[in-house]
Design a protein around this ligand. Structure first.
Ligand code: MLT
Length: 410
């Protein structure tokens, strides 16, 4: 008899975004004329930078030329891309990360899930609440939790609430933690972590021999010059943190797929038999066994993001989405809604009006304004009473969304 991974049975029925899509599709079926504006999933809408398109076209031509054709690439990514990342994302900010500590992949969602392959079963794992659901669901799948309670909190995970009451800044855990997921700029709340906050976490991890899984997929949206872009800007972080980065949101690669994960060589973990093990070696072993790298064409496209034209064009994209976020923020504040985030991030996090629950507000917005957002409670129990709007959309849709929102709220 075939046995299944019964941990999957502990999961809530659907992953958050497909569940939203299901509800929206059913609404659209019964209201075929409704002009629905989707500010739910954080998916980019603007085309890829021209510099990227040009580089990918050139790479396609190479693949059609026997003398330039490439088969399997290095599982860790091509040197041309890893070198650029080391220089532009790290050296330029005073951080020394060597190119071979960077692993190119097809997405941060995949990597933040896959990283569990190299971690043991008995870690005490902490997540912020609300949280990007992938961190929780992948731990459930891996059997690191018990079942969920009525509010959706899984037994065995340590939830650190982040709400307006604590300024969206979590307290350090008061019980032992071995692995902590941090995401800054934060998804879903859109807030950032100061240097002091990150220093506190790095010190905590060093003192408790804990590992920080730092998701910086929205790093390019940081506008405040005081805010660190990488956890490695904090002294000592290279001994306690893995960082995840992505081209999805900074250069429009959600459909093209390219990201990278940094696993410093100085990141050592002591086993139960007092053996020192390098997480870099384990991840390298994992990737070379289970992954054949990102397509050459896509990596050439990602490389072009670092060219002067690519930089200019991707910065313009970010500025465009940030302006959308500002319009959302200002439009909501104008009708008395409490709004957070959206300054250094593409997400605007708001308190639901009139004491609506998150899902009731989702239905209200969909039914009365034909607007789609993401219910805060979908990100965790402490997200109840909040709602997320994504700034990834056309200007026209954002302006229209603000008008409709204002109409139903005021
Ligand atoms: C989101 O809406 O939170 C993002 O699209 C998630 C992701 O990038 O996977």
């Amino acid at each position: 008899m075939t046995a299944v991974n019964e941990n999957f049975l502990k999961l809530k029925a659907g992953y958050l975004f497909p569940e939203i899509a299901r509800r929206v599709n059913s609404f659209v079926e019964s209201h075929p004329d409704a002009q629905v504006i989707k500010l739910g999933i954080g998916d980019v809408t603007e085309p890829l930078p021209q510099a990227v398109i040009k580089a990918m076209h050139a790479a396609v031509d190479e693949m059609g030329d026997r003398s330039k054709f490439r088969g399997y690439g290095p599982e860790q990514g091509y040197a041309f891309l890893r070198d650029k990342i080391a220089e532009h994302d790290f050296a330029s900010r005073g951080v020394t990360i060597s190119a071979d500590e960077i692993f190119i992949s097809d997405g941060s969602k995949c990597d933040t899930g896959n990283i569990l392959d190299i971690l043991g079963k008995d870690n005490h794992i902490a997540v912020l609440d609300p949280v990007y659901p992938v961190y929780v669901d992948t731990n459930v799948m891996a059997g690191h939790t018990g079942s969920a309670d009525s509010e959706g909190r899984y037994q065995g995970l340590i939830y650190l609430p982040v709400t307006a009451e604590n300024d969206f800044t979590p307290e350090l855990p008061d019980e032992p933690v071995d692995v902590i997921y941090l995401c800054y700029p934060n998804n879903p709340t859109g807030v950032v972590a100061t240097k002091e906050t990150l220093t506190k976490w790095v010190e905590y991890a060093r003192e408790h021999h804990a590992l920080i899984l730092f998701d910086a997929a929205y790093e390019a949206f940081i506008t405040d010059p005081e805010i660190p872009h990488s956890i490695y800007e904090i002294e000592g972080a290279q001994e306690v943190a893995i960082e995840f980065r992505s081209f999805s949101k900074n250069a429009g690669f959600t459909g093209t797929r390219c990201a990278f994960t940094v696993v410093p060589k100085s990141l050592m973990v002591t086993t139960s038999t007092e053996k020192q093990v390098s997480l870099h070696q384990l991840w390298n072993r994992r990737q070379s066994t289970k992954f054949n790298g990102v397509s050459y064409i896509v990596q050439r496209g990602a490389e072009a993001v670092y060219s002067p034209e690519g930089q200019e064009q991707s910065k313009a994209l970010i500025a465009f989405y940030l302006d959308n976020a500002r319009l959302l923020r200002e439009g909501l504040e104008a009708v008395g809604i409490s709004v957070y985030g959206g300054v250094n991030a593409p997400y605007v996090w708001l308190k639901t009006p009139q004491a609506f629950t998150s899902w009731d507000f989702f239905d209200e917005l969909l039914n009365k304004a034909h607007l789609v957002g993401t219910p805060g409670s979908g990100f965790g129990a402490s997200g109840e009473g909040y709602f997320r709007l994504s700034a990834f959309n056309s200007r026209e849709n954002i302006e229209e969304a603000v008008k409709r929102f204002q109409k139903i709220v005021s």
